[in-house]
Design a protein around this ligand. Structure first.
Ligand code: EPU
Length: 338
C-alpha cells in the first residue's frame, strides 16, 4: 500500500508546545497496512519517531529521521453482557472518544475528559487524571512491531502499567506503533468523585446525584481553570512526574516542611506533589526569556510565544536543580525530549 514521504516539514503544528523545528522526512499513516509497506521499504531500520497528538513531546533540534504521524480513524462498540468493548483507532482524538462514550452512556472515561492527545498515545504513559488512570479500563491494544514487521496484541498485564508508565515508554520504548486500543467499559455507572476538586465543584453546582456527563463537565471546567489551553499557550501538560519517595525520606522532609503535600502509595511509598515543590522554590508564574512556568499550576511549563525547545529544556533543568537543592528530591521529566 502506498506511503507518501514528505520532506522538510515544519513540526510546529504537530507538537502542542508549538516549537518550530523541521522534520527531514514525514509520513502520515491513515491505514495500519501502510506500516507494513514502510517496513518493507526499510524505514524502520533508520531513525524514526512515532507521533500521535504531539502533546507529550519537546523538540530541541531538527528531526533528521522519519516522523511517523498516526492518523488512523474509527470507533466501534461491541456489547458483551454488561460490558462494552470500545475499539478506537490510534489517531482518534482522546477527548472525542470520551464524549462519544458519554453520549452513548458508556461509563469509565469521564474523569479523563479533556486530556490532550490521541487514543494511540493513551497506553504509552498510562494517562490519568482526577482519580483514575487508563490501566483501569484498558483491555488490549494492537501494535505494529517495527523490528519484526508484524502486528501484535497486548493485553492489560502485558503492558506493565504503572504511574505514567508502560513497556511502550520503558523497556520497549520506540519499538511498537500502536494502531488501535480496546477499552472495557461498563453500562452501569460507577461514579468516581474521590478527587477532592471534583466533589467541591459538584457542591458548588448543587449537584448531589451526578451523571457521567456531570463528571466530565466538572473535570473539564477544573482543567480549563488550572491548565493552559495548548491552542493559545504552547504546553505539554505536566512537564514533570510527581516524585515517588520512601516513607523514611518523607518523614525527614515532613519535619522540615510540615505543609508538604503527599499521597500514600502501595508498598510504603509516598508520592509528592511536584507542583507544590516547584512553587516552594518560587518558580510558579516565572518567565525566563520565552519559556515560563504556568501561573496556576507549577508542573506545567509554557512557550510564551516563540520559545526554542532548548529554552524550555534549560528552564526545566534549573527547576530540577532548585528542587533538588531545597528538598533533596530529584524530579523526572514526564515529557519526551528529542
Ligand atoms: N499544587 C501546588 N502548587 C502548584 C500545583 C499543585 O501546591 O503549582 C498542589 C495542589 O494544591 C494539590 C496538589 O499539589 O494539593 C496536586 O495538584 P493537582 O491536583 O493539580 O494535581 P497534580 O498532582 O499536580 C496530576 C497530574 C495531572 C492531572 C492532575 C489531576 C501528574 C504528573 N500530573 O497533577 O496530569 O491532571 O493530577 O489528576 O501526575 C498531565 O499528566 O499532563 C496532567 C496534567
Amino acid at each position: 500500500m502506498h506511503i507518501n514521504i514528505q520532506s522538510a516539514i515544519s513540526l510546529k503544528k504537530y507538537n502542542t508546545f508549538g516549537i518550530e523545528e523541521i522534520a527531514t522526512n514525514f509520513i502520515e499513516i491513515t491505514d495500519p497496512i501502510q506500516l507494513l509497506s514502510a517496513f518493507e521499504e526499510g524505514i524502520f531500520e533508520k531513525d524514526f519517531l512515532t507521533l500521535g497528538g504531539g502533546s507529550n513531546i519537546l523538540f530541541t533540534k531538527p528531526y533528521q529521521g522519519y516522523i511517523i504521524k498516526i492518523n488512523i480513524r474509527g470507533i466501534q462498540a461491541t456489547t458483551l453482557k454488561q460490558d462494552i468493548f470500545i475499539t478506537a483507532s490510534a489517531g482518534e482524538i482522546w477527548n472525542d472518544l470520551v464524549w462519544y462514550c458519554i453520549n452513548n452512556n458508556y461509563n469509565g472515561l469521564e474523569n479523563m475528559a479533556l486530556i490532550p492527545g490521541t487514543v494511540g498515545a493513551s497506553p504509552v504513559q498510562n494517562i490519568g487524571a482526577y482519580g483514575t488512570e487508563l490501566m483501569n479500563i484498558f483491555y488490549s491494544c494492537v501494535a505494529f512491531d517495527t523490528l519484526e514487521g508484524v502486528f501484535r496484541i497486548f493485553h492489560n498485564e502485558d503492558c506493565k502499567f504503572s504511574y505514567r508508565d508502560s513497556i511502550f515508554k520503558s523497556e520497549q520504548k520506540g519499538r511498537y506503533i500502536i494502531t488501535e486500543v480496546t477499552y472495557k467499559l461498563d453500562t452501569l455507572p460507577s461514579i468516581n468523585t474521590t478527587y477532592g476538586a471534583i466533589s467541591k465543584e459538584l457542591e458548588n453546582r448543587n449537584i448531589t446525584n451526578p451523571t457521567i456527563r456531570d463528571i466530565a463537565e466538572v473535570v473539564s471546567a477544573i482543567r480549563v481553570e488550572k491548565l493552559p489551553d495548548p491552542s493559545t499557550v504552547g504546553n505539554a501538560g505536566s512537564f514533570f512526574k510527581n516524585p515517588i519517595i520512601s516513607l523514611e525520606q518523607y518523614n525527614r522532609l515532613k519535619e522540615l516542611f510540615p505543609n508538604i503535600i503527599s499521597f500514600t502509595m502501595p508498598n510504603n511509598q509516598i508520592k509528592l506533589a511536584a507542583g507544590w515543590l516547584i512553587e516552594q522554590c518560587e518558580w510558579k508564574g516565572k518567565v525566563v526569556g520565552q519559556a515560563g512556568v504556568w501561573k496556576n499550576q507549577a508542573l506545567v511549563l509554557i512557550n510564551i510565544h516563540s520559545a526554542t525547545g532548548n529554552e524550555i529544556f534549560e528552564l526545566s533543568s534549573k527547576i530540577i536543580n532548585d528542587v533538588y537543592q531545597k528538598f533533596n528530591v530529584k524530579l523526572e521529566r514526564e515529557v519526551n525530549i528529542f
